[in-house]
Each structure stands twice: as structure tokens, then as C-alpha cells.
Design a protein around this ligand. Structure first.
Ligand code: 1HN
Length: 347
């Protein structure tokens, strides 16, 4: 490893000549762009407490009518990446969205892909391409790139969900934009993708002979995920993660192109080391409490808290309860990294 030359090693008039021609020498910046062994990471391992987010979000509900917000969201911004940049990690946007009874978050579609992961409340719904999806706590609803979506609330009390988008990536590529639309006509088949793709291992017959659908299933109910995890826990040896991936039921592959989703069941008293990998991620605590150690930073988590995990990080999580399981929902950018050919898992 030789010491590379610095900017200051170069004569001032040479540097000025480069600047005047919009030229930059690589070698003084090479090691920062390409460090040895592990990438440089500005993302901080941090935790946002739901107990602190919730009152601020309800206050936003009093201060800002939905018409003035379009989407009433508080963004979880990683301080290591700059609070103005709407990044929980370099590629993942996370926000907490509040909708009050009777409100409508109007129809639109955009180039970034989004998902909703419901935190609390009953009676919320999202219409995706004419399909009305109920939102119950823990449900995952996909609104992939280019698909029309609008939200409403026909119940009582606040409904709050977590939005996860690949916005920082798409914005960084100068490819992020949105189109407004008239309210959608709801198809006479509420929650239709749930009906058609009810059970794993069974898909509509036509799906076998035609090209695979990009987004056949748009809602993954928590009720099903929780029960599948509980079953998986009974056949998973201690020390191995009880973890399910959310996939496209027609391909068996990740259900969105850039972001990936999974759910973890921590058994009572269980402590787990997640495999170290090159993806960044965000963890939302569905229920339970415990501690996470992310690159040596210890974070105590409670229900509905959210944590940011930098790329290449060491992660250990422990369930504080000796009697009840804890559940985590994980968003990562592994699908994108796999497609781009640099995803690595270190074990
Ligand atoms: C968006 O479309 C929603 O549809 C929420 O609820 C948050 C943040 C940035 C860009 C688009 C939504 C968003 C968003």
C-alpha cells in the first residue's frame, strides 16, 4: 500500500489550470472512494423511538390539514447522512405517515417504489391500481414504481404506517418524479390479489403458462406472516434465525426490484447474530422489546421503534422477554445490490 500523492503535492498553478477546465486528479481522492477492506460509511446505527414519533405525528395532524400535506409524514432522517436528505440509509427512505378518519391522501404514481408497513389503527386503506387493500397492523402493502395509489380512512382514531421507499436512490439518479391522477375507480374485487394468491404453493393456473406477473400480490397480511413464523419456529434449531422473505409468488424471487423485505421471529430469550452482508437495512419492531448491537452501538428497542443498519454492519439482536416472542420487520437494499452484481454475504 503505497502512500498516494495529495492535492497539496501539486503546484498551485497546475491545480488552478485543472479547475478552470473542469478536471480533477483522481489519485488524491482515490483511497476515499475505494478504501481497503470495508466501504466508508456515513450512515449511523441509530434508533427512532415510536414513543417520541407518535406525539409529534399527532401534533402534525392538528397543525397541518391533509390538503396542505398531500402525505402527512415525518421522515426518519439518519443524522450521519444529513437531516435534509431524507435518507435512513443511503438507499432507503423511511417515513411515518398519519391519516385521520375521513381523510384522503390523493391518487398519484411515481418512479420510486414504495411499501406501507402498518403500525397502528383500524379502518385505513390503500387503493393500488383499483384494488382496495385494507390496512391492518403489521400488513405490508406494495405500491411499486408506476402504479397508481391513494390512501383513505373509513374507521375512527388515527391510522399510522411506516413508508419505505427507494427514493434516495432514484432521486440520486435524477429519475424521481410523480404524476397526479383522478381518484381511482375501485374494482369490484376488494383485496383481489390476496384472494388469488391465498396460499403459498398455489398460483392461478394461467400464471404457469404466461410470462410472470411483476406484482401479482400487493398485500401481505401480518396475520399470515405471524402464523407462518410461529410454525417455522417449531422446526428451526436454536441459534438459527426464524426468518421469512416476502416474495413474488409467481417467481419465488424478491417482490420488488430494489428493496427487499423479511420478517424475523425472536423466540423467548433468543439472541441472534444476523449474517453480515453488503446491504443496508432498516428494522421496525412489530412487537416485543430487547437490544440490538449494530457495529458495536447498543440500542434498546421497544414495540414500533425503528433502527437503521449501515452496509457491512455487524448486527446482534436479543429478545428481552423470556416468555414472549418478539417480531421484527426488515427492509434492505439487497435486491438492488444483487442485480448490480456486488451483493456479498459474509456469514
Ligand atoms: C409517497 O407517494 C407516499 O404515497 C408517502 O403515501 C411518502 C415520500 C416521498 C415520495 C413519495 C404515499 C412519500 C411518497
Amino acid at each position: 500500500m503505497s502512500q498516494l500523492g495529495t492535492l497539496e503535492d501539486l503546484p498551485l498553478d497546475y491545480r488552478q489550470g485543472l479547475t478552470a477546465r473542469n478536471l480533477v486528479p483522481l489519485w488524491p481522492a482515490l483511497r476515499a472512494a475505494l478504501p481497503y477492506g470495508i466501504p466508508a460509511r456515513k450512515t449511523k446505527p441509530i434508533l427512532w423511538r415510536y414513543e417520541e414519533i407518535r406525539p409529534q405525528l399527532l401534533e402534525a395532524g392538528r397543525l397541518t390539514p391533509i390538503e396542505k400535506a398531500e402525505r402527512r409524514v415525518l421522515v426518519l432522517a439518519n443524522p450521519g447522512l444529513g437531516l435534509d436528505n431524507m435518507q435512513a440509509t443511503p438507499s432507503i427512505y423511511i417515513g411515518m405517515q398519519l391519516i385521520l378518519p375521513g381523510e384522503i391522501a390523493p391518487n398519484h404514481r411515481h418512479s420510486p417504489s414504495a411499501v406501507r408497513f402498518v403500525v397502528e389503527g383500524e379502518g385505513g386503506f390503500t387503493i393500488v391500481e383499483g384494488e382496495k387493500c385494507p390496512m391492518e397492523p403489521g400488513d405490508l402493502i406494495l405500491t411499486p414504481s408506476g402504479l397508481w395509489h391513494e390512501h383513505g380512512h373509513s374507521g375512527s382514531g388515527p391510522v399510522i404506517w411506516m413508508d419505505a421507499l427507494d427514493l434516495p436512490l432514484v432521486y440520486g439518479l435524477e429519475a424521481s418524479y410523480c404524476t397526479e391522477g383522478a381518484p381511482q375507480t375501485v374494482r369490484n374485487e376488494a383485496d383481489g390479489s390476496q384472494t388469488r394468491y391465498r396460499r403459498s404453493g398455489l398460483v392461478p393456473y394461467a400464471a404457469v403458462t404466461r410470462p410472470r406477473a411483476n406484482y401479482p400480490l400487493v398485500r401481505f397480511p401480518w396475520r399470515e406472516v405471524k402464523s407462518a413464523l410461529a410454525d417455522l419456529a417449531t422446526v428451526t434449531p436454536r441459534g438459527e434465525a426464524v426468518r421469512l422473505a416476502y416474495v413474488n409468488p409467481e417467481t419465488g424471487m424478491e417482490c420488488m426490484p430494489i428493496l427487499g423485505f423479511s420478517a424475523v421471529h425472536l423466540r423467548p430469550g433468543e439472541s441472534l447474530r444476523l449474517p453480515r452482508h453488503s446491504a443496508s437495512s432498516v428494522i421496525n419492531v412489530v412487537d416485543g422489546s430487547g437490544t440490538a448491537r449494530i457495529d458495536g452501538v447498543e440500542l434498546a428497542f421497544d414495540q414500533f421503534d425503528t433502527m437503521a443498519v449501515p452496509t457491512h454492519a455487524e448486527v446482534e439482536i436479543a429478545n428481552a422477554s423470556s416468555t414472549r416472542p418478539a417480531h421484527l420487520f426488515v427492509v434492505d437494499d439487497a435486491p438492488m445490490q444483487r442485480k448490480l452484481g456486488f451483493y456479498e454475504i459474509f456469514g
